[in-house]
Design a binder for this molecule. Structure first.
Ligand code: ADP
Ligand code: MG
Length: 326
């Protein structure tokens, strides 16, 4: 099955950032409140992700690294309303087929932990291993056995940049989770968890800087089963660029043309001409109205009612932006 997994890895695992994304999403699905990310050489040499989630029982470790084994959905009906970030059950086997991989964990209440190593797809034996409650995944020497893929990896700085950028987009959506990253032994970004009563804007400032939060407008509107909330940059904002555009559907970061167009249109019609608006927007809708199973990497979605979504976003932003001119 290693070959099948390596082929799947071609779709799921493009670079170290995609590995980090899959592993951190697993940690969040497991209810982690703290995730530590340790990297060496832009993640190519090592990615180690430690979480304080539910952990995995020792006898389920082999299942976790086998293909299409997901503990998250049980039926095709579940797929209609996915509430977790993962659901395809192919990330771990794919990653493990193109790296030197190890999964260590202790489930809640278990007397001790266990570890399972997978070397380029060859699954070892489960062995006892000391571990606090939670899970640690180690991915060493990414693509060591797929030279054709390894060739496409970029400089350490570039790969690290992709990881940091993805983490920023996650940090915006999960202000209650503590996220820490280190690279080559040096502590980098540390997103501290929001405490009770603290505003989400604090995390936004941590992620995007105060240039954004000092000159932004809060948006919050619900109608017709849709909700939109977040912040949009005002034209006076010193920095306003295409790389500060964050959009989430039911908590999942997505890129979508319909959405991008609606936002751009609202800005153009009220205030800006020829500028890239900066924004952080969260759309909430009935999960059955959006298909997240469009691409293995899950950063695209398909709306059942594309027009309605466009209209809703456009109107909400148009109204909010127009009010600043009054
Ligand atoms: P998916 O996330 O689509 O279910 P994955 O291949 O990413 O598939 O993970 C396989 C399974 O391994 C998950 O369904 C989950 O049961 C288990 N798992 C993976 N990572 C963790 C983690 N950090 N904590 C707890 N369980 C995990
Ligand atoms: Mg997953």
């Amino acid at each position: 099955d290693t070959l099948v997994n390596q082929i799947a890895a071609g779709e799921v695992v493009e670079r170290p950032a995609s590995v980090v994304k899959e592993l951190v999403e697993n940690a969040l699905d497991a209810g982690a409140t703290r995730v530590d990310i340790e990297l060496e050489e832009g993640g190519v040499r090592l990615i180690r992700i430690r979480d304080d989630g539910t952990g995995i029982p020792a006898d389920e470790l082999p299942l976790a690294v086998s293909r299409h084994a997901t503990s998250k959905i049980a039926s095709i009906e579940d797929l209609e309303q996915v509430g977790t970030l993962g659901f395809r059950g192919e990330a771990l086997p794919s990653i493990a087929s193109v790296s030197r991989f190890a999964l260590s964990a202790r489930s809640r209440g278990a007397p001790h932990g266990a570890r399972l190593e997978v070397d380029g797809g060859r699954v070892g034996e489960v062995a006892p291993h000391p571990h606090p409650e939670g899970t640690t995944v180690e991915v060493r020497d990414l693509f060591f056995n797929v030279p054709a893929r390894r060739k496409f990896l970029r400089a350490e700085r570039t790969e690290l940049g992709h990881i940091e950028e993805w983490l920023r987009s996650l940090a915006l959506a999960r202000p209650g989770v503590e996220l820490r990253i280190s690279h080559n032994g040096r502590l980098g970004r540390h997103y501290k968890p929001l405490r009770q009563g603290e505003e989400q804007l604090r995390r936004v400032a941590e992620a995007l800087g105060e240039d954004f939060t000092r000159q932004c407008l809060e948006v919050s509107h619900a109608a017709a089963g849709l909700g939109l909330r977040g912040w949009v940059g005002l034209p006076t904002a010193a920095r306003s660029s295409a790389d500060q555009q964050y959009f989430y559907v039911n908590g999942r970061a997505v890129r979508d043309r319909t959405v991008a167009h609606a936002v751009r249109q609202a800005y153009a019609d009220v205030l800006f001409h020829g500028r890239h608006p900066a924004f952080v927007l969260f759309l909430e809708c009935d999960p059955r109205l959006v298909d997240v199973n469009v691409h293995p990497a899950k950063h695209e979605v398909r709306f059942r009612e594309q027009r309605l979504v466009h209209e809703f976003i456009y109107r909400t932003l148009h109204e909010a932006l127009a009010s600043t001119r009054a």
